[in-house]
Ligand binder design. Sequence first.
Ligand code: NIG
Ligand code: FE
Length: 428
Amino acid sequence: MGVLVANCGEIAHMNDGDASKPLVGAAMMDKEANVHPPGMGILVSGSSIDRVSDSESLCSEFAPWWDGSDAMVGEFRVLDAAGKAVIPGLIDSHTHLLWGGDRSSEMRLRQAGMSYKEIADAGGGIAKTVRSTRGLSVQELTGIGISRANRATRTGTTVMEAKSGYGLDTESELRLLQAINEVDQHTNAKILPTWLGAHDFPHRRSREEYLEELVCEQIPAVAEQGVAMWADVFCEEGWFSNEETEDIVRGAAEYGIPSRLHVDEFADSGGLALAAELGAVSGDHVAKSSPDSRQAASDSGTMQTFLPGTPLVLGLPMDAPLASCIENEWAFSIATDYNPNCRILSMPFIGSLVTTRMGMDPFAALVAASRNPATTLDQPEVTGTIVEGTRADLSLIWSDSVDGWCQTPGENPISTTIIDGSIVNSNN
Ligand code: NIG
Ligand code: FE
């Protein structure tokens, strides 16, 4: 069984140079090297892309019986793109997918002048979500996660990283991770788990006691159960210090678990430089990181991942220096940071934020949402490209230009999504 996508508009194949590496600098804007012109087709066989070539010849070779309708005859289902552009499956490399409860009441507190930290200190923020998440069973969490992952898929997300972090004790963190692994089994999108026991300090326990639990209990248990691919720490003034972060990252590394870290969200504490020094896969938020830290990240192969949804919902300036990352050829990605405070599951909406509010080129934004994050995932079949022999994860969009992927902030730009070779989503 296969799918022949005929009559494509532009196809963002993203195959310039060595596709196992991120695109940086001017290459992120190079459509000539990364986009096929209209008139091509894509043949999907099983779960992978078999051929990308001229639409007419693909049709006469593989579907000579095709009469222009969507009917399925023979081996291939022909999907008439009718000039719609095709983009790679979107990769959301930073989400807090699983939690219960509601934090809507925090908006009025922010408008009254309270900061994220002040709301947290008053019992809101992460602690409030922990209280409403701990009571949920694996089954309940799994149901919540499936519904959210399916919503993300409707806007073109085909691979999603998902963090624990609202349990803050061994048993609850493991329950969240088990649920994330369950969600992966029951959704089309691939869901990749990260342990974030170090998201905050739980109430009524000393700092030292919890740090000891993280390193001596949570990490070994997570490793033993094999439920997480990465470890994460909220490394930020007021939460985990650089020293504490280092202990946790090194502790996880002893069990072969690499890190992707929350750093420099509200202030530059040298978190990204530390992430680089520790060989973290990615440093995320990085809104306040210094140019030196960014250079260090680039030198060590640590991806910078910008999360512009967070300053949006917190009413903070959206001034992360994307242009200077391009100028200096520093690799970066973008992601949603979906969490109770930032309820954005749509990568195209994040693309619209960076293009309309941060001056980023729409094609560069697509690179930052596909090929670049793919290089951080340790999943050889997830490439963020549309290339023969790779896993068929792609979307048709309601535009003849691939740049249209992020220019409908209030509407879904996705027409049809294929994941692992199957049509999973049709917003026609
Ligand atoms: O990445 N900053 C830390 N963690 C999340 C927010 C978590 C929350 O507010 O519940 C973030 O923005
Ligand atoms: Fe986050």
